[in-house]
Design a protein around this ligand. Structure first.
Ligand code: WTA
Length: 642
């Protein structure tokens, strides 16, 4: 006998098209304004909007505004409005680094904690519009801090706890934060992360911060700087739990999140209050089909956009129960995810292909120790999922009975853009399938000509959607140039994609100089500038290379100063240097010393050739006759690493 859940979730049986979704897609395409006027009601408004879509991607009247005359408060949507109906329901289940180290926080508790911390922020002088930087572990206080900022209209900027003091300082300085929230230490895979010490080091480089609030996580003995540092628990002890939510304009900023681009320093991607919350709530419900009684676990860290949209804002705006995980997939062993799913009763599980590949390598026995009978839906995000990993996720983790939603989106898009229906997610391993209602993808060639039918090209989005980023913090011109100038009138994603005869999309990966390492975006220019900052390095070029677990690895070509040849010790030194400058995720996987780099006669580095060599595809390097010195290529091929 099969249960109702199994029937609903059997991907091989459930092949009927989701006609309701098709209807929504058609309605949104025919009348975006009417469609979003209706969907905007997914959240509560303090003052209702009369305007809905007010957008143009053209240079002459470039603007992106949604629900612009409405007023709302994001934290009231995530907390207050649930109190009557689900105040005693668990909002967040926190799962620590050690299995079973858990905490359950109800909507009522979370509301009280957020109000108190909002009052702490106000008492310390944080006002509407101020930027507050968070550098925290995956603890409940991180969500409390985000929501407390939203409550008073402050703009949070979460910096992933794996970034170095230098990277942290750069991000604090760029948005002019005067306020930092951190913890004494973080715990990851049984190791301690010196978060407060990193903040101290960052603030030696940037002196503009006046207050640091420190959450006690491990109880480590850390120095507190009088007049600057305050303990979270002390400040909270006598804070009032009464704090009215600040009415915000729909277009007021909610947060900044730094992300890597193809050039220059990381950009501060800015998201709005109204459009972003509508988008995360609607996509959360559309893609995961969350129902009362479900338990949703997105394994992402709040340092990335996935953690913002699908650990905190989408689930809480929807009144869901969301898991916050402070650990790693392989600690204390490779069965951690599956054991935790059983213990907590997770029904919807959302993770990244890199984690799936890493666990797949360890064999099925780790999975077989758990039952996973609570699961009904699986999700994937962050990078293309290779068919082999998809199959294993589907057959072994999901026991062949849970559909997989492969969700394509970006920090810039705020939430999911292309994903299968959770009701009929039949197996097309590696395809994110079709756009959500209101998303208008197109494929274009290099000249911007729109390609029809089954084809391959660069992925653009032809019209705006509510969750779209609004600007690059402090540089609106860079926003326009980066995303809207390549193909005038369209948003350029930086990704390439294929569309099959069914109209389904297959994302093939970045077509710019961004690489995707374990689902995390890394700009090659950032790694290059860290390398050339080393006194022994004259020049560096960084490209992506295929990596079995990480998806892409970082391949660095380094030219040392004249006369310096470099050896294995130099290689280790440079890798450690990059780690220190940016953070562990930027550490080059391969580092090749190059006496010279292949350049055109005008001095431009030929990355196409470097990419091919890194990929090991050296038989077809294309035309190298335009190089200033074609002989360097043969040398690089000969000394290739791997
Ligand atoms: C890639 C993460 C293929 C893509 C939410 C995109 C994907 C970049 C998928 C954004 C997917 C994300 N299939 N590729 N399902 N999801 N990507 O800003 O290259 O960290 O441009 O946002 O990840 O990464 P970001």
């Amino acid at each position: 006998m099969t249960s109702a859940i199994q029937e609903r979730a059997d991907p091989d049986k459930n092949t009927a098209p989701d006609t309701a979704l098709q209807d929504r897609r058609a309605a949104a395409a025919a009348d975006p304004d009417g469609y979003w006027r209706d969907r905007g009601q997914a959240i509560d408004w303090i003052e209702p909007y009369t305007q809905v879509k007010d957008t143009s991607f053209d240079a002459a009247d470039f603007r992106i505004r949604w629900f612009a005359d409405g007023k709302l408060n994001v934290s009231a949507n995530c907390l207050d409005r649930h109190l009557d109906t689900r105040g005693d329901q668990v909002a967040i289940i926190w799962e620590g680094d050690e299995p079973g180290e858990t905490e359950r926080v109800t909507y009522r508790d979370l509301h009280a904690r957020v109000c108190k911390f909002a009052n702490v922020l106000k008492a310390q002088g944080v006002a509407k519009g101020d930027r507050v930087t968070l550098y925290m572990p995956m603890i409940v206080e991180a969500a409390v801090a985000m929501l407390a900022c939203a409550r008073i209209g402050a703009v949070h900027s979460v910096v992933f706890g794996g970034f170095s003091p230098d990277s942290l300082a750069g991000r604090i300085e760029d948005c002019g934060s005067t306020f930092v929230i951190t913890a004494d230490e973080g715990c990851r895979g049984g190791k301690r992360i010196p978060l407060k010490a990193n903040v101290d080091a960052a603030l030696e480089k940037y002196a503009g911060v006046t207050r640091v609030v420190v959450v006690r996580r491990t109880g480590a003995d850390i120095p507190m700087i009088a007049g600057r540092d305050i303990w979270y628990h002390e400040a909270m002890a006598d804070a009032s739990a009464d704090c009215a939510p600040e009415p915000m304009d729909a277009e007021d900023p909610l947060f900044i999140l730094y992300t890597s681009g193809s050039t220059g320093k990381p950009k501060g991607v800015l998201h709005s209050s109204g459009g972003y919350l509508v988008w995360t709530a609607v996509t959360f419900q559309e893609v995961f089909d969350y129902r009362d009684g479900d338990l949703f676990w997105c394994t992402a860290d709040v340092g990335w956009v996935t953690g913002h949209s699908y650990v905190v804002y989408g689930p809480l705006a929807s009144g869901a129960t969301t898991v916050m995980f402070d650990g790693v997939p392989n600690y204390p062993d490779h069965g951690r995810f599956w054991e935790t799913i059983d213990r907590l009763g997770v029904t919807i599980f959302y993770t990244a292909p890199t984690a799936i590949r890493a666990l797949m390598r360890e064999g099925d026995t780790w999975v077989a120790r758990s039952s996973r009978t609570s699961l009904r839906l699986l999700g994937s995000v962050g990078e293309p999922i290779n068919p082999e990993a998809w199959r294993w996720y589907h057959d072994v983790v999901g026991d062949g009975r849970c559909p997989i939603v492969d969700t394509w989106w970006q920090t810039e898009t705020g939430g999911i853009m292309i994903a299968p229906s959770p009701h009929t997610a039949v197996g097309k391993p590696g395809s994110a399938t079709k756009p959500l209602p209101g998303v208008m993808p197109q494929l274009v060639d290099a000249e911007g000509v729109v390609l029809d039918g089954a084809t391959e090209g660069n992925l653009v989005i032809a019209d705006s959607w509510p969750g779209q980023m609004r600007t690059v913090w402090g540089d609106h011109d860079r926003f326009f140039q980066t995303y809207f100038s390549t193909y005038p009138g369209k948003y350029f994603t930086g990704d390439g994609a294929r569309r099959d005869a069914d109209g389904d999309y297959w994302i093939t990966g970045r077509v710019d100089d961004v690489i995707n390492v374990s689902g995390h975006r890394m700009g090659t220019a950032e790694v290059e500038s860290a390398l050339v900052a080393h006194p022994r390095v004259a020049e560096a070029a960084v490209v992506g290379m295929p990596h079995e677990v990480k998806g892409q690895g970082i391949y660095a070509y380094v030219t040392l100063n004249a006369g310096d040849t470099g050896d294995d010790a130099t290689r280790d030194e440079l890798r450690a240097w990059v780690r220190r400058e940016i953070g562990p995720i930027a550490t080059p996987d391969a580092l090749q010393f190059a006496p010279a780099l292949p350049k055109t006669r005008s001095g431009k580095i030929m990355r196409r050739i470097l990419r091919k060599i890194a990929e090991g595809d050296t038989t077809n390097l294309g035309d190298i006759s335009t190089l200033a010195d074609p002989s360097v290529v043969a040398l690089l091929v000969k000394e290739r690493i791997g």
